[in-house]
Design a protein around this ligand. Structure first.
Ligand SMILES: O=c1[nH]c(=O)c2ncn([C@@H]3O[C@H](COP(=O)(O)OP(=O)(O)OP(=O)(O)O)[C@@H](O)[C@H]3O)c2[nH]1
Ligand SMILES: [Mg+2]
Length: 204
């Protein structure tokens, strides 16, 4: 297989998948390459449900194997919010800076030791005529008191990893891809990859 479609319009995710699949010599296309594919409503209450919805809708439309990623940030002091609403936390039009500002405001006064959080990633693989496969992974950290760093996307500037002394946005792309929730989920998929892609699902 030389190419896989990732059912995302998020350029940050598409970039990370491109780097992660490059190691296998597989080219990644995202929905930014298929502008006619309509948005899929994320009506599920879990990351796994939303990943499945996105993968199956796009697979149905394109009749090709598709991977979808539904991901987000769960903050313990906020009872798991923003969770599945991470992308649009501060309003319908997605805006990373406003999402971060809202998060920091809600955590105002919460001491560092209580600012525990985790990124969550669910990946769904949909192949025409096959049951959808789902894997999930997380990455633990803390919410910093102020943004730091220019890399990554989303909440990365406030996601602090104490063992590295850096926010996720201060990592190089390679460092993030070595430890992220997305990389860990993809590693799980990797273990099942040959089985998932065998026979009918193969695209050349
Ligand atoms: O700092 C971050 N580093 C990450 O590695 C990360 N992964 C996810 N997120 C946040 O969670 C939302 C996903 O929501 P989401 O899965 O619905 O994606 P999305 O709507 O952006 O694109 P699509 O894939 O649905 O087209 C994103 O927008 C981000 O706010 C991240 N933040
Ligand atoms: Mg989305």
């Amino acid at each position: 297989m030389k190419e896989i479609i990732i059912a995302t319009k998020n350029a940050g995710k598409a970039r990370e998948f491109a780097a992660l699949f490059a190691k296998r010599g597989i080219e990644v296309k995202s929905l930014l390459d298929f502008p006619d594919v309509p948005d899929v409503e994320e009506t599920g209450s879990t990351f796994a449900e939303n990943a499945k919805l996105k993968a199956e809708a796009v697979c149905q439309r394109l009749q090709r194997p598709v991977i979808a990623d539904d991901s987000g940030l769960a903050v313990d002091a906020l009872g798991g919010r923003p969770g599945v609403h991470s992308a649009r936390y501060a309003g319908e039009d997605k805006n990373d800076a406003r999402n971060i500002a809202k998060l920091l405001h809600e955590l105002d006064g919460v001491p560092m030791e209580k600012r525990t959080a985790r990124f969550h990633c669910a990946l769904a693989v949909a192949i025409p005529g096959r049951p959808t496969v789902i894997v999930e992974a997380t990455c633990d950290g803390y919410i910093a008191e102020a943004p730091r760093g220019e890399g990554g996307f989303g909440y990365d500037p406030v996601f602090y990893l104490p063992e590295r002394g850096k926010t996720m946005a201060e990592f190089s792309p390679e460092e993030k891809n070595a430890i992220s929730h997305r990389a860990k989920a993809l590693a799980k998929l990797n273990e099942q990859w040959d089985e998932i892609m065998a026979e009918k699902g193969r695209t050349e």
